[in-house]
Design a binder for this molecule. Structure first.
Ligand SMILES: *[C@@H]1O[C@H](CO)[C@@H](O)[C@H](O)[C@H]1NC(C)=O
Ligand SMILES: *[C@@H]1O[C@H](CO)[C@@H](O)[C@H](O)[C@H]1NC(C)=O
Ligand SMILES: [Cu+2]
Length: 231
């Protein structure tokens, strides 16, 4: 089959706008918790956020209204946590996981200020312009190990997939976001950082956000955001 035919047939198989993937559940170890039990539910249905200067970039549109009714999960430093989606990721892109420590309880924290640090990322794999692989493609969950030096306390845990299929023009990148609320016990004395604000962390002009991923195939890919804090 010609490449154009293959691309046409794959387009038929992918739902265009009706059913985007959403981060709906906290993952604790190997357990996927109930949808929106510990994850703030948003009000933008299946749509992504595209304005990187909007407060909606923090935990998604309308999610603050559900903060108080979202439960906070008890987890321990050094354990595996993550977020799961209602269906597999299908837009080519990359994943970042951020955390922010709440001054008090996570359910009362709006995530404002220079409070966010990156704890995990899944980037693109490039091959000098020969090929580019999106390892977040087809994933239904993303997990990582909380550093054991993470201080105890309540946190927002924010997952972000940046879909890059129409990112060749400014504002084209699509941010699929949710925040979970967790209470970390048995933590350590680490100093997470660098700390950034959300919005503020991105301008939209980053080489990993404003990018044509098809033509030519990028020789390198630069993951947006700060370096990962690994404890
Ligand atoms: C978390 O632990 C606290 C203290 O033991 C408890 O009151 C709370 O119900 C627990 N939360 C959940 C969601 O299990
Ligand atoms: C995701 O699934 C598609 C369709 O089966 C496949 O072509 C692609 O290679 C997969 N991507 C990864 C990263 O496994
Ligand atoms: Cu789409």
């Amino acid at each position: 089959m010609k490449l154009s035919t293959i691309l046409y047939l794959s387009a038929l198989l992918i739902p265009a706008v009706s059913a985007h993937y959403r981060w709906t559940s906290l993952v604790e170890g190997s357990t996927v918790t109930t949808a929106y039990e510990f994850v703030r539910q948003n009000t933008n249905y299946n749509s992504p956020v595209t304005d990187v200067t909007s407060d909606d970039l923090r935990c998604n549109t309308g999610s603050w209204a559900s903060a108080a009714t979202t439960q906070t999960a008890n987890v321990t430093a050094g354990s595996v946590v993550g977020l799961a989606l209602d269906q597999a990721i299908y837009h080519q892109g990359v994943v970042n996981i951020y955390m922010a420590k709440a001054p008090g309880s996570a359910s009362e924290f709006d995530g404002s200020g220079d409070v966010w640090f990156k704890v995990h990322e899944i980037s693109a794999i490039t091959d000098g312009g020969q090929s580019i692989t999106w390892p977040d493609d087809n994933l239904t969950q993303v997990t990582f190990t909380l550093p054991s030096s993470l201080p105890s306390g309540q946190y927002l845990l924010r997952a972000e997939q940046i879909a890059l299929h129409v990112a060749q023009s400014f504002g084209g990148a699509q941010f699929y976001i949710s925040c979970a609320q967790i209470n970390v016990a048995n933590g350590g004395n680490g100093t997470p950082g660098p700390l950034v604000s959300i919005p503020g962390v991105y301008t939209g002009n980053e080489p990993g956000i404003l990018i044509n991923i098809y033509d030519p195939i990028p020789a390198t890919y630069t993951q947006p955001g700060p370096a990962v804090w690994s404890g």
